[in-house]
Design a protein around this ligand. Structure first.
Ligand code: GLP
Length: 260
């Protein structure tokens, strides 16, 4: 894992957006794995800014979102379909047919999950998976105790996760109890991963994911087995890392050919 501690959140989002932009510039038909949640919003704002200011085109980019609530109509403002339209898709030149989000309204959820996996394979796999991290260490909606080899499937959300996401709903009771999520194994198949976590609220799951033992009780910890993961942090989210001085030194002392 490459732990990159930026001076503040804003610098972290800019750094992450530059990584996304560099990939799309290099590979115009890149397959991006996309994330939702509060952390995603400033990242997408920065990506949109680069699209406008530097004429970065997404016309051939394909995308797969990590997850979606089950039983929430796509037009519902808290659905991830609506989130992606509002915060990214409508502001860039991506083709709607190139974007994929699990269909939580499908009659046959198991079949929807199988087909989602197939669509990812048909696109040649995900080049860069963007990830946030839940307070309990979840990635996508893979709650603690998720199989580390799991594929796209339905998951029951913990009440903690439902509370953390309740801000997007009128009341807690409205937060769906189930979601379709890429599995931990699906995420691990991505060729590279970019994890974003900012603020004190993320310090505990970040420390467990980066320095704790690999365990299904902290699904993000499995990323320790992935050969190409960048974790972008600010001083607050890095606060509980025992080796943070070392990570800063690694970043400072990178050989010139490895620098960003
Ligand atoms: C949800 C999403 C995750 C996301 C997490 C953190 O649970 N399914 O993919 O990483 O929220 O969200 P936030 O960025 O709002 O803290």
């Amino acid at each position: 894992m490459e732990i990159i501690i930026q001076p503040d959140e804003r610098a972290g989002y800019q750094f992450a957006a530059r990584i996304v932009a560099a990939l799309v510039r290099d590979r115009p038909d890149a397959v991006l794995g996309l994330v939702t949640g509060r952390t995603a919003v400033p990242l997408y704002q920065e990506v949109i800014r680069i699209h406008r200011d530097q004429r970065l085109t997404f016309a051939s980019v394909r995308t797969f979102n990590l997850d979606e609530y089950v039983g929430l109509p796509h037009g519902h403002p808290a659905s991830y379909h609506a989130f992606m339209k509002t915060h990214l898709f409508e502001a860039i030149d991506i083709k709607p047919t190139n974007t994929h989000i699990p269909n939580g309204m499908a009659d046959d959820i198991a079949r929807e999950c199988r087909e989602y996996e197939q669509q990812i394979r048909d696109c040649g796999g995900i080049d860069l998976q963007i990830l946030g991290i839940g307070a309990d260490g979840h990635i996508g909606f893979n709650e603690p105790s998720s199989s580390l080899g799991s594929r796209t499937r339905i998951k029951t959300l913990t009440d903690g996760t439902r509370r953390d996401n309740a801000h997007a709903f009128e009341q807690f009771e409205d937060v769906p109890r189930h979601a379709i999520t890429m599995g931990v194994g699906t995420i691990m198949d991505a060729r590279s991963c970019l994890v974003l976590a900012f603020g004190m609220g993320k310090a505990d799951p970040v420390a467990k994911a980066v320095e704790g033992p690999v365990t299904a009780m902290v699904p993000a910890s499995v990323l320790q087995f992935h050969p190409d993961v960048k974790v972008i942090l600010d001083p607050d989210s890095a606060a509980l890392l025992a080796r943070k001085d070392y990570y800063a030194k690694v970043f400072r002392e990178k050989p010139s050919w490895q620098q960003y």
